[in-house]
Write a protein that binds this ligand. Sequence first.
Ligand SMILES: NC(=O)c1ccc[n+]([C@@H]2O[C@H](COP(=O)([O-])OP(=O)(O)OC[C@H]3O[C@@H](n4cnc5c(N)ncnc54)[C@H](O)[C@@H]3O)[C@@H](O)[C@H]2O)c1
Length: 257
Amino acid sequence: MSSLAGKVVAVTGAASGMGLATAARLYAHGARLSVADINQEALSKAVDQIKAKATGGTSSGTPEILTTVVDVRQSKQVDAWIDKTVKHFGRLDAAANIAGVLGKNFGVGDLTEIDDDEFDYITSVNFKGVFNCLRAELRVMEKGASVVNASSTTGLEGHPKNSVYSATKHAVVGLTKSAAGEVGARGIRVNCVAPGIIRTPMVASLDADKLDSVFSRVPLARVAEPDEAANIFTFLLSDEASYVTGSAFVVDGGMLS
Ligand SMILES: NC(=O)c1ccc[n+]([C@@H]2O[C@H](COP(=O)([O-])OP(=O)(O)OC[C@H]3O[C@@H](n4cnc5c(N)ncnc54)[C@H](O)[C@@H]3O)[C@@H](O)[C@H]2O)c1
């Protein structure tokens, strides 16, 4: 994906899991990165991991990595981060809005048991956070730009005992498709990725028995590695996906098939 060389790409959730793997892939393809996460310590370590994982090179020299601690729930922080990115690099070519949280009720709590704080936490990160980022990014992007948001297979079908998370991931699909319709005429693409079960710290935090019902539905009968999802984020951000917009790209080992 040589089209990524020299491009300026913003990535949220870059300190862990798929965000980190995507940032490393982009860097390996020669992209210049503006990485953000709420976890300052992990973000600092991520820069070394991104550089260590990079196997490719770029004819335009060593790509740069700008780091910013951002809480995607806070629109002022998001706006300031994108402003800083454009001031530093001169433009913004692409963005991967990957930061997200699962919440503490995964697999255990019915909708009737979810309290206001839990509802607010999950919706403010997964829905409002993606909205805050998408809005700031689309305001400064120009023709040829591409945005990819993190949805989930739970954004394409209901997920009992995971209702609020599932609803936020449906919302990401709706935001993605609506925004794609708005900015297509400007030559900007907006897509989302709907991962199934990916081996990241988010999934590692779950008890195995909570995942059993999901695993039994995966034809490939295994969990995916973060790189297998990062490949799709990277493809959609690149010019190689030039006619793909408004899509929810499923990476689930066949689970929804
Ligand atoms: N792992 C899976 O199986 C899976 C499946 C479907 C969808 N997803 C989605 O993919 C995305 C990445 O998930 P992951 O598994 O890599 O998770 P992860 O927990 O490994 O990484 C998520 C990152 O988001 C950051 N983050 C959380 N809240 C934030 C905030 N308010 N502001 C900024 N950063 C914040 C975290 O610090 C962390 O670095 C999420 O949106 C998740 O919902 C994951």
